[in-house]
Write a protein that binds this ligand. Structure first.
Ligand code: HEM
Length: 378
């Protein structure tokens, strides 16, 4: 489908939103590069339909355009510096080794429940300073947040509202605790962060913490899930990763390109504009199809082959492009590398227990919902 869309010149219209879809790399990156013409406010409207009430994520960094985005991003970037990343690396290693040991002992497991969801869940939970007893709620919370755009029945809408309420309660408590007792962690750092005499407001802080749950947990869960699935389907990749640690980052980069956890990015046209011969009226929804741009034959040679270490291999759009480029890209790559190193050193084979993959049900995200496997210990 994506190859057919790329073969057509210009942008195509796609349902259910009647949006203009940019399937080629050049057009996808062009729209992500131009926030004045293609605004991120589209995300704000999607996150806050009238029935939900105030939803902090609708006011987060991700939904802002310049100039509001610029100062906010400068402040929040503080939290993603080298000290935080190296603090977390130790935790990622401990968590991954413990979970990999348990999975191998069990032999037959669902890798999503046993590993790919739990590693990023525990790391983001710790980064946010939440009580570990709340970590098991994250799956329901992210599902509730993701369901906001599609919830139609009163019961579904009530579930989304209660998720927003629970998250507000938990994250507000973290902010209050850290304000009273600063610690060596991200939230305390953000509470003190100051750029050009400006500090973060309480609402900005809460919105950012809200964003980190879906942005940091779900995406990395899918990356790890796609990586595990690839190792199971391509045993030679598992062998190479086991034989040479240096293969792991190359492998992850190719998984990011080939099976991108984020398949698209939304924007709203702020004025009438023409892109590659297609006229887009002001107010139209425009999609950058990341999953398709990453397979564009104009940029990547033999794009449908899985080739770790390929040339331009890290030029994929999986972490976005331009001013909204993923703040957590370095952390996501680190989590994936450390988690896979721990896993492949303990496992010499991954057998899928089902011939079909159950994918998560989503337009924009891509990864296995469950991954029942039999593990062969090293
Ligand atoms: C494989 C994992 C990940 C993928 C594929 C991913 C993908 C993306 C993409 C595509 C964007 C840009 C969206 C847009 O332009 O509309 C983005 C932004 C963002 N990501 Fe990630 N992400 C990942 C992991 C993480 C992690 C681990 C964190 C934090 C702990 C994180 C935090 C953010 C934040 C805060 C933004 C907003 C940046 C801004 O608006 O300036 N992400 N991510």
């Amino acid at each position: 489908m994506f190859a057919r869309m790329r073969a057509e010149p210009g942008l195509c219209r796609v349902e259910p939103f009647g949006a203009f879809a940019a399937a080629r790399y050049e057009e996808s990156s062009a729209l992500l590069k131009d926030p004045r013409t293609f605004s991120s406010e589209a995300l704000s409207a999607a996150a806050e339909p009238p029935w939900i009430g105030p939803n902090p994520v609708a006011q987060s960094l991700l939904t802002k355009d310049p100039p509001a985005h610029t100062g906010l991003r400068a402040l929040l970037t503080r939290a993603f510096g080298a000290p935080m990343i190296s603090r977390l690396e130790v935790r990622v290693r401990e968590t991954s080794e413990r979970l990999a040991d348990a999975a191998v002992r069990q032999g037959e497991v669902d890798l999503v429940d046993a590993f790919t969801h739990v590693v990023p869940r525990d790391i983001i939970g710790e980064m946010l300073g939440l009580d570990p007893s709340l970590f098991p709620n994250f799956k329901r919370w992210s599902q509730g947040m993701a369901a906001i755009t599609s919830a139609v029945t009163p019961a579904q809408q009530e579930e989304c509202r209660s998720v927003v309420r629970e998250m507000k309660l938990a994250l507000t408590e973290v902010l209050e605790t850290r304000r009273r007792h600063p610690a060596e962690d991200m939230v305390s750092e953000l509470l003190q962060a100051e750029v050009d005499g400006r500090k973060l407001s309480d609402d900005e802080l809460l919105s950012f913490l809200f964003l980190l749950l879906p942005a940091g947990v779900d995406t990395t869960t899918q990356l790890l899930g796609n990586a595990m699935l690839t190792l199971a389907r391509r045993p030679e990749q598992l062998e190479q990763a086991r034989a040479d640690k240096a293969h792991v980052p190359r492998f992850i980069e190719e998984v990011l390109r080939y099976e991108s956890p984020t398949q698209l990015s939304f924007r709203l046209a702020t004025r009438d504009v023409e892109l590659s011969g297609t006229r887009i009226p002001a107010g139209s929804l425009v999609l950058g199809i990341i999953g398709s741009a990453n397979r564009d034959e104009r940029v990547f040679e033999q794009p449908d082959l899985f080739l770790p270490g390929r040339s331009k291999g890290n030029q994929h759009l999986t972490f976005g492009y331009g001013i909204h480029f993923c703040l957590g890209a370095q952390l996501a790559r680190l989590e994936a590398r450390v988690a896979l190193e721990a896993f492949v050193s303990r496992v010499r084979g991954i057998e899928l227990r089902s011939s079909t993959v159950e994918w998560i049900d989503s337009f924009g995200s891509h990864g296995p919902a469950t991954l029942p496997v039999r593990l062969l210990p090293a």
